[in-house]
Design a protein around this ligand. Structure first.
Ligand SMILES: NC(=O)c1ccc[n+]([C@@H]2O[C@H](COP(=O)([O-])OP(=O)(O)OC[C@H]3O[C@@H](n4cnc5c(N)ncnc54)[C@H](O)[C@@H]3O)[C@@H](O)[C@H]2O)c1
Length: 326
């Protein structure tokens, strides 16, 4: 049996590919390298790498016919919220239409298991904290809508012979592999911790968008989950599906709220650097607080985060940020 990982040359996908290889899985990575990096693919030498689009039907048919793939872990997507507001149709095509093409190919080739990268962005503005699986899903940007659309269609496709699925709604993925080789590189980078660490490295000022939120210190609060803990959840989801576990969705975070100011202070302590900040107005579309309840995945799949501490998450991200890169 083998596993196909779309987007395996990206941030979360690459860390998961390595965890899959370590656990003895045979892995194929399908990535068009649109945002993933060739040097990341080179680091995953135990996996078969295929450069291509995850919705390329001919490529998928040939791969599914040739290899005994029983599961697809689907990370590939467009992921930038602000860009999704400017280019909603591109986000619909890339994240929804293409995912339906992939699911169609899986259905016709009877590939039985699908693990989907969903997002806290499907919830929109939180009404209750922590956010559990029963919380209403009202996305506030096209990126969030694109993830919710796939969530909505998965049960419909399952009913007509499509794969059993587990969708994992990540909150803020952060950190890097412990060896400092696999980590977060987006362009533009919209995620907080890499931007804080860039400010630590080059002395630029980090913008803090909004200091008048109804939170402990006026800045937004987020739930950061170590990328290795996310990878572990994917392995559990895969194993559960293979055992015949029912399809469904799980929220995935640490359940701890960290304000933007607290992240900056922790990064100052971890890096020993002065980090300049510049306070700016709120950005449209930023929910004040996003914190997950992960009680369901803990009780159903036995997931337990091992790297919850924010200073550890930042220390791993810092090691990656400081590593020489090609
Ligand atoms: N990073 C987070 O905090 C976070 C939070 C919630 C959900 N997610 C979801 O997790 C997944 C992975 O996110 P990431 O941060 O690792 O992103 P990333 O940009 O680092 O990785 C995405 C990968 O997919 C590849 N890709 C994109 N379109 C493709 C296509 N059509 N065909 C083949 N490959 C393609 C890219 O080249 C890249 O390697 C995404 O689905 C994202 O929406 C991420």
């Amino acid at each position: 049996m083998a596993v196909l990982v779309t987007g395996g040359a990206g941030y979360i996908g690459s860390v998961t590919v390595r965890a899959l290889l370590t656990s003895g899985e045979k892995v194929f990575v399908l990535d068009d390298l649109s945002t993933g990096r060739p040097e990341t693919a080179d680091l995953l030498s135990g996996a078969g790498f295929i450069k291509g689009d995850f919705a390329d039907r001919r490529l998928l048919a040939e791969l599914f016919d040739r290899e005994s793939i029983d599961a697809v872990l689907h990370f590939a997507a467009l992921t930038l919220v602000a860009e999704s507001v400017e280019r909603p149709l591109d986000y619909f095509r890339a994240n929804v239409s293409k995912t339906l093409d992939l699911l169609e190919a899986m259905t016709s080739h009877r590939i039985p298991h699908f693990v989907f990268s969903s997002s806290a962005a499907t919830f929109g503005i939180a009404e209750v904290i922590p956010i559990d699986e029963e919380h209403p899903q009202r996305p506030i940007n096209p990126y969030g809508w694109s993830k919710k659309a796939v969530e909505d269609w998965l049960p419909q496709i399952r009913k007509v012979g499509g794969p059993a699925y587990i969708g994992l709604r990540y909150f803020n993925a952060a950190g890097a592999s412990a060896d400092g080789l696999l980590g977060e590189v987006h362009s533009p980078e919209s995620h907080l911790i890499p931007n804080v660490l860039r400010a630590a490295l080059d002395g630029s000022a980090l913008p803090i968008y909004g200091t008048d939120y109804p939170t402990t210190d006026g800045t937004c609060e987020r739930d950061f989950i170590h990328v290795e803990d996310l990878a572990a959840a994917h392995l559990l989801a895969l194993q559960a599906l293979r055992r015949g576990h029912q399809s469904g969705f799980y929220n995935l975070g640490n359940g701890q709220a960290h304000s933007i100011r607290h992240v900056v202070e922790t990064a100052r302590a971890v890096t020993g650097r002065d980090i300049k900040v510049v306070e700016s107005a709120r950005r449209p579309g930023d929910p004040p607080v996003l914190v997950a309840s992960s009680a369901r995945i803990k009780s159903d799949l036995g997931w337990l985060p091992k790297r919850e501490a924010l200073d550890l998450i930042i220390a791993d991200a810092w090691r990656f940020a400081c590593a020489p890169r090609r």
